[in-house]
Design a protein around this ligand. Structure first.
Ligand code: 5GP
Length: 208
């Protein structure tokens, strides 16, 4: 640990699909290049342009089950008929190094992370309206009509979970929403509880 190192922030971003959380996370990583991204394991088929090891680690259901049974996930969930899991080792290593870490996961996963790691910071991204949410989902054009209907219905139901989150960010305008998340991250990094090392050094009369 360097002299003024603090504890890393585990930032968990979720929200209904169509809220634009992926876009906000991508924009956030451009302005916070130090932020480490957890790459999830999934049993879903890669979409056009998705690369194994970059967007996800794509695995078979059997491979996923073996990883789950070996305790390799911090959390896992079944989302829209596919399995998704967060590999525990990278999260652990990153936080131990004092780096900040971003998880872009679904609501069940976020709530499970919070149970295991209460200091995790949960950000809920919402669209400005349900109508816009449905329009955004349809505009993606990556889903079959059945998959789209399922996503629309569960996206609306998912809004009920926002009360379990620490922060709410309205994604009406990408730059502003991204700035909001960056500010949350910066404020959380300055919490005294994450800076006890610096605090002790000051008390010992050392320079930070
Ligand atoms: P998509 O298939 O559109 O990439 O992702 C579907 C949903 O799964 C999104 O809400 C995404 O945030 C979530 N997801 C991605 N990775 C994980 C993960 O590791 N754990 C959990 N619980 N959800 C995930």
């Amino acid at each position: 640990m360097s002299n003024n190192k603090r504890a890393g922030v585990l930032l968990v971003v979720s929200g209904p699909s169509g809220a634009g959380k992926g876009t906000v996370c991508t924009a956030l990583r451009k302005i916070r290049e130090d932020l480490k991204l957890s790459i999830s394991v999934t049993t879903r088929q890669p979409r056009n342009g998705e690369v194994d090891g970059v967007h996800y680690f794509f695995k078979t259901v059997e491979e996923f089950a073996a990883m789950r049974d070996a305790g390799e996930f911090l959390e896992w969930a079944e989302v829209y008929g596919n399995f998704y899991g967060t590999p525990i080792s990278f999260v652990k290593k990153t936080l131990e190094e004092g780096s900040d870490m971003l998880l872009e996961i679904d609501i069940q996963g976020a709530l499970n992370v919070k149970k295991l790691i209460p200091e995790a910071v949960l950000v809920f991204i919402v669209p400005p309206s349900i109508e816009i949410l449905h329009k955004r989902l349809a505009a993606r054009g990556t889903e079959t009509p059945e998959a789209l209907a399922l996503r629309c219905a569960s996206a609306t139901a998912e809004l009920d979970y926002m009360e379990h989150y620490d922060y709410l960010v309205i994604n009406d305008e990408l730059d502003r929403a991204t700035e909001d998340v960056a500010m949350i991250l910066a404020s959380e990094a300055r919490r005294v509880s994450r800076n006890t090392h610096a605090y002790k050094m000051l008390l010992e009369g050392k320079e930070l």
